[in-house]
Design a protein around this ligand. Structure first.
Ligand code: IVH
Length: 679
């Protein structure tokens, strides 16, 4: 493909992808499959890699996130970002309406819209292109989170239609409830701490330093305002309509109300209706619709006089605390869970509620048989928020937090500065063993899906597996005919492994021996060693023996590996039981080293092409890449000349090399592009 053709195709692909993004994320009406979308996106990525000069500033490929930021720049808001005054009762809304009617003569209309429970953002478009996105901060200055915001797919990188030369829009970044659940499940699998609610996970994500991670998190955004004065627009409702015409995502649940009664109706509808939404709202925002009237009303020091927030009361129910269970998670953390006399709350029957930890139990002074208040706020799981002391029975018994693990009897420990109690018996406590096994076989680890759906539990209960190495000793005879009791429509049924399931399990375990070293390392379930850290460690040390022998200093020298991770890695490898597991995995043939030749089969795909490899890579070492080039018929050369066909560049490629490649118009490709070339 020559330069002209490449430019044309890059422009064309960018515009097609932009249109599909809009249909999918803003209109929720996609007309191609995810797979077709990915193929187009990959084509664009490869072309941009080969012809970086033609990459558009708003290229849809930016959605995958760029370079990490060390610290966010502080940016002063052109228009201050104020907050809203809150109200909690009908009386306060009536007072708000009366204040307005005192100042404004004539008819007044209000808009009512959801109060989204997320993080405020101000996004500026210059000549239709997204240029900056700033958090609210203290209202005068905020953080420049542009690179993170650019990864949020419902926020257009380029406006459509008829836009002014400069436009700032304000909105709320949030995470859907489904997205939040998915994220927490992933975090649990990785042994990472969980987010308490979708708002925390949205604000935590927005402040992350690596946009590539942000890109993988399900953030979304509703635009609700613009501080600019816009031609031909006289009401807030029209502003929202106009925003929509520019390709921005606004909510369709906005109502124009003629009086307070209509406002109350909207509030009451959504106070009930919010349980069916896929995002959290914590109230309703009421705004004077006419923009001229808004201007006349103006602002107090902190908030506009033309708007008010009505905050929902968290739905609350009162019921009896029957008992407390203690659950032990995969990481050994012990969570107290209250068993309640079933009670209706926000549309569902609640039988259990979280009691968080020992401190909270003590603070609430909650006792068995107490009448307790249960609330469902931003959190998904209902929680106990108080005790009706007037209703306390003389016989109510105080709660003493358990001191030993309910699963294995080991004495619990509490780390300094942490609220949770842990069972320290990591390798022998049943839920912790099962959790480790579940993690080991999971998709991103060893990917043994024939062992999913409760099969681990079954193998564990039959004493066939107690640790990950035991999986590799399983035989067909161990599995065939193994029985499990299940409850099907209230009847007990016995199912047993037939030939096919037994064969599948053995085949799945066998196949896992091909899983590359970095995934094996992740699969071991070492605390704080998630997917990315595992990749870094595998790349740096190349094999498990060198990693096991690494010192604290050697570990923390690696980019982004801190003291906490280093300590956890060292502790893990020090244990005799873990050494034995490693030896058994080695004997079984599990990959405990990087083997480039295993990663790709040989081919002639690169015949006649010469490569310069430069920089630091995340999936391969430089030596491995060179080997792969040769194995696929290509040639490695040391320096760039007009005869070089490609520069395979990782992080930190030297600037002179880069300039030289650019001058000689030699395509600079990433390791992902390279993988595509040889796959
Ligand atoms: S309008 C001058 N509309 O609530 C402020 N705000 O304290 C105009 N919020 O931080 C704000 N949903 O991020 C407006 N539909 C909505 C909103 C909304 C949520 C947030 C906003 C602000 C806070 C107000």
């Amino acid at each position: 493909m020559n330069k002209e053709e490449a430019k044309k195709r890059i422009d064309e692909l960018s515009s097609i992808l932009r249109e599909h993004n809009y249909k999918y994320y803003v209109l929720s009406a996609p007309d191609i499959s995810d797979f077709e979308f990915d193929i187009l996106l990959k084509e664009l990525e490869s072309l941009e890699a080969a012809f970086p000069d033609f990459k558009l500033p708003d290229s849809p490929t930016q959605r995958v996130g760029g370079e990490p930021t060390k610290e966010f720049k502080t940016i002063t808001h052109k228009y201050p970002m104020l907050s809203l005054s809150n109200s909690y009762s009908e009386t306060e809304i009536r007072e708000f309406d009366a204040r307005i009617r005192k100042i404004i003569d004539g008819e007044i209309e209000y808009t009512c819209e959801h109060k989204y429970d997320g993080v405020a953002i101000g996004i500026t478009y210059i000549n239709g292109l997204l240029t900056t996105a700033v958090t609210r901060g203290d209202g005068t200055q905020g953080d420049d989170v542009t690179n993170n915001v650019k990864t949020i797919k419902s926020i257009p990188l380029r406006l459509r239609g008829d836009y002014p030369a400069e436009l700032e829009v304000r909105g709320e970044i949030f995470m859907s409830i489904e997205g939040f659940r998915w994220l927490n499940e992933e975090r649990e699998k990785n042994g990472e701490s969980l987010f308490a609610n979708p708002r925390n996970s949205a604000s935590g994500t927005l402040k992350m330093q690596d946009p590539a991670i942000v890109a993988k998190r399900p953030l979304d955004c509703f635009i609700y305002n613009s501080p600019n004065e816009l031609d031909h627009i006289s009401t807030h409702y029209e502003t929202l309509k106009y925003m929509r015409s520019l390709g921005l995502k606004t909510s369709s649940q906005v109502a124009v109300c003629k009086n307070v009664e209509e406002i109350f109706e909207y509030i009451s509808d959504w106070n009930e209706g919010r349980v069916h939404l896929d995002y959290n709202i914590d109230g309703v925002v009421i705004k004077v619709n006419n923009l001229q009237q808004q201007k006349e009303l103006g602002y107090t020091a902190k908030s506009p006089r033309w708007a008010i927030a009505y905050k929902f009361k968290a739905e609350r129910a009162e019921t009896i605390l029957l008992s407390i269970d203690y659950q032990v998670g995969r990481t050994g953390a012990v969570t107290p869970v209250a068993n309640l006399d079933p009670v209706l709350l926000a549309g569902t029957t609640v039988k259990r509620a979280s009691l968080h930890n020992a401190d909270i139990i003590q603070k609430l002074d909650v006792r068995i048989r107490d009448q307790v208040y249960v609330e469902k706020g931003g959190e998904i799981i209902p929680k106990i928020v108080g005790v009706n002391l007037d209703a306390r029975d003389a016989g109510a018994t105080p709660v003493t937090f358990i001191s030993n693990c309910p699963e294995c009897g080991t004495e619990l420990v509490r780390n300094e500065g942490e609220a949770a109690y842990y069972c320290p018996n990591k390798d022998h406590c049943p839920p912790q063993i099962k959790g480790k096994l579940e993690h080991f076989i999971s998709r991103k680890a060893m990917n043994i899906d024939s062992l999913g759906e409760g099969k681990i539990e079954m193998l564990f209960n039959h004493h066939l597996v107690n640790n990950i190495a035991d999986l590799y000793d399983l035989s067909y005879d161990d599995l065939y005919g193994l029985e499990k009791v299940i409850i099907d429509q209230d009847k007990e049924k016995i199912i047993s492994f037939q030939k096919k399931s037994a064969d599948n399990i053995i085949a799945g375990i066998e196949k896992s021996k091909e899983v590359p070293f970095n995934k094996v390392l992740f699969a071991l379930g070492i605390r704080h060693v998630g997917e990315t850290v595992a990749k870094k460690l595998a790349l740096h040390f190349n094999n498990i023996d060198r990693l096991a022998a690494a010192t604290h200093e050697e570990l923390i020298e690696i980019d982004e590996i801190g003291g906490k991770i280093a300590e956890s890695v060292i502790n893990w490898f020090e244990k005799q039981a873990h050494k034995e597991i490693i030896e058994r995995l080695r004997k079984a043939g599990v990959q405990l080293a990087n083997v480039a030749s295993n990663l790709q089969a040989r081919s002639y795909k690169l015949e006649g092409k010469s490569f310069v490899v430069s920089g630091v890579f995340s999936n391969f070492s430089r030596e491995e890449l060179k080997l792969l080039i040769e194995q696929n018929g290509g040639k490695n050369v040391g320096s760039i000349s007009s005869k070089t066909d490609y520069v395979l560049a990782g992080d930190n490629m030297g600037p002179t090399k880069k300039q030289k490649a650019e001058k000689l118009v030699i395509p600079i490709i990433s390791e992902e592009d390279f993988q595509k070339m040889i796959s």
